[in-house]
Design a protein around this ligand. Structure first.
Ligand SMILES: [Zn+2]
Length: 639
């Protein structure tokens, strides 16, 4: 999830296109095609490959645009030192955002080229050069932020020339009291402070994050026995597969081998982790924040009370998770539930073939509650003739799925569609992102269209929820119903419960540093095991090395990021619920949030959609949805 979102942010790809015009959807026959991961890209009918020409007609055109951008960046320099005059500031910002959009075209095009041609050196070079161009623009533009922050309020407030940049300027100046002197800023930027970085650059990993991934790569993982009794090398890449093995001996061996090995490196891992926590706290303190939590949430203009509310409210409903653990125990016939029993399917998979032609019928039907306008754009995007989608897997194509957009052309959706129910759900998810971008882009101007990470996973999970409701209601096959409902339980378990647990762990670790308590391997192990016990309950057995799991989770280096997974799904579920029960007014409110981009603070936009994350209500609603689904699954499995 993280990689996908970061990629979008790093490349400036979230957002969309004001010049978009709905293309009529033809009903003519499309070529039939059977997905084949080993096919050459050229073997896939062109209609099922995306059309990048709205960005650039060719790599050469992209390269030309890059050279032009690099030359144009010089036009920013004459503005330096002159931004106290509102008209000059407006002209400078106009130029800056024009260049920024041009840079986004480059990074998006290069990234998309690379995602379907991983071993193509030309695409890799294109990508590196385009990122370097974006980097160059950012460096050339740092004086803008510096000068805007130094302006007296009167120079910015109520200036008609600056009206198009109101939200941007307000958001920038919102944290002005946390800006240091020129010397202080220079020192922090040399240290790699990430509290003030522009959104496109702020995810450069710290040395601690690099060291963590290097350590995980260097650790010699042991061999384990697979289900046939063969010795196999455990790797971080195949760990997830072995952990979900139907053979209890295999999944136990995988988890014990991984955690047991991490245990041997626990002091190095803990020292590195503590280093990251100390760095976060140091940046926060240097900028005059009370806590690292307040500092990092302030980037998205979110108050620590929202975080605390989420952790507290989810934490108050762990009884539901205990019930789920008991259900797994009973259904799977286990004498005890261990960490390695959480990942095996509770019900058998459903061998249902959902060709893309079916998906094009099902997704619009399932999302029909979102109204006619949404439906029209969706139908346009789902028609492969319109060039939004890169549909099928092939040799050299990146795995996974994402949606990305740059202001102007239509959004793009990347997926490895192989006709399964899960692929159907992924497609609905990615179209949530795409439509969010489309609506924001067609409503807002460039400075205001890009939604922040905090709002990024709401439209996607709302779509998944509406799709799942629709599929459950339109099948009489109990096995399929059970499969769909269990998928929802798993999604809430892993995205709300587990991420809230991570969020609590992350907050605890920072608080230990803030209180001056040494963060040792023993203490981290103790805190993590305590969380496992509390979250999974009396039916769950915490094994001796389970407390090492924290060391396997790279997200703890993402600086208060994990909670957005939980808040995103919570909000998505709450909105789907409102759409279901309240109809049109809830839809209008929701679309208003999607159209809002970043023209208002995220919590305010979300509140406009009827979800107030400063209160427990939406989280309680998500918990109720989990409880209801648990009831349904228990009933289905009892039959
Ligand atoms: Zn997503």
């Amino acid at each position: 999830m993280k990689t996908h979102l970061l990629l979008l942010l790093a490349l400036g790809t979230i957002g969309l296109s004001s010049g978009f015009a709905a293309t009529p959807t033809s009903t003519a026959e499309l070529p039939s095609y059977t997905p084949d991961a080993n096919a050459a890209r050229a073997a896939i009918p062109a209609v099922y490959r995306w059309d990048l020409s709205p960005l650039f007609a060719s790599d050469a055109a992209c390269e030309q645009a890059r050279l032009k951008l690099l030359a144009d960046i010089a036009a920013l320099a004459p503005y330096e030192g002159k931004l106290a005059d509102p008209a000059t500031l407006a002209a400078c910002l106009e130029l800056y955002f024009r260049l920024h959009r041009a840079a986004n075209f480059l990074t998006l095009y290069a990234n998309m080229r690379q995602s379907t041609a991983r071993s193509d050196d030309a695409a890799a070079a294109l990508s590196q050069r385009s990122l370097a161009a974006m980097d160059e623009l950012m460096r050339a533009a740092t004086f803008i932020r510096r000068e805007v922050l130094a302006l007296p309020a009167a120079a910015v407030a109520q200036q008609p020339a600056l009206a198009p940049y109101r939200a941007y300027l307000d958001n920038l100046r919102r944290r002005a009291s946390h800006v240091l002197s020129a010397d202080g800023e220079r020192a922090l930027s040399l240290l790699g402070d990430n509290l003030w970085a522009e959104i496109d650059l702020d995810e450069l990993p710290s040395g601690y994050e690099d060291a963590h991934s290097a350590l995980l790569a260097d650790i010699p993982w042991p061999k384990i026995k697979d289900a046939t009794g063969q010795e196999v090398q455990l790797t971080l890449a195949n760990y997830g597969r072995f952990r979900a093995s139907p053979d209890p001996a295999v999944r136990r061996a995988a988890v014990q081998a991984l955690f047991g090995t991490l245990r041997q490196y626990q002091h190095a891992l803990a020292a590195d982790f503590a280093g990251q926590m100390k760095l976060d706290v140091a940046y926060a303190r240097a900028r005059g924040y009370d806590t690292a939590l307040a500092a990092y949430l302030d980037k998205d203009n979110v108050s620590p009370a929202v975080y605390d509310n989420l952790v507290r409210t989810v934490g108050a409903h762990t009884d539901l998770l205990h019930r789920y653990v008991e259900l797994r125990k009973k259904t799977l016939g286990l004498s005890a539930v261990h960490l390695y029993d959480l990942y095996i399917p509770l019900v058998p998979g459903v061998e249902k073939d959902v060709p893309f032609a079916e998906a094009r019928r099902i997704i619009p039907a399932a999302l029909q509650p979102l109204g006619a306008e949404y439906g029209r754009v969706l139908a346009t995007g789902l028609d492969p003739r319109n060039g939004w989608i890169d549909l099928y897997p092939h040799q050299d194509k990146q795995s996974g799925a994402f949606s990305s957009s740059v202001y102007g052309p239509h959004p793009f959706v990347f997926i490895n569609y192989q006709n399964s129910l899960d692929d159907l759900s992924t497609l609905a998810h990615e179209f949530g992102h795409a439509l969010h971008s489309h609506l924001a882009m067609t409503t807002q101007s460039y400075p205001d269209f890009r939604y922040v990470p905090f709002l990024a996973e709401i439209a996607s999970t709302c779509n998944e929820t509406l799709l799942s409701d629709y599929l459950v209601a339109h099948t009489s096959d109990r096995a399929e119903q059970a499969y769909l409902l269990v998928a929802r339980l798993e999604s809430i378990r892993t995205t709300i419960f587990r991420q809230a647990m991570f969020a609590e762990f992350e907050r605890t670790a920072h608080q230990l540093v803030e209180a001056g308590t040494p963060v040792t391997a023993t203490l981290l192990d103790e805190k993590y095991r305590e969380l496992l016990r509390r979250y999974y309950g009396p039916g769950f057995t915490v094994d001796p090395d389970d407390g090492m799991e924290w060391a396997y989770v790279p997200h703890f280096y993402y600086k208060y990021y994990v909670y957005t997974y939980a808040s995103g799904l919570t909000s998505g579920l709450a909105i789907a619920d409102r759409v279901r029960t309240l109809g049109a007014p809830a839809v209008e409110a929701y679309l208003g949030m999607l159209r809002g981009g970043c023209a208002k603070p995220p919590l305010e936009l979300l509140k406009g959609a009827g979800v107030d994350l400063t209160t427990p209500a939406p989280i309680e609603a998500a918990m109720k949805s989990f409880a209801r689904t648990l009831d349904d699954v228990e009933k289905l499995l009892a039959k």
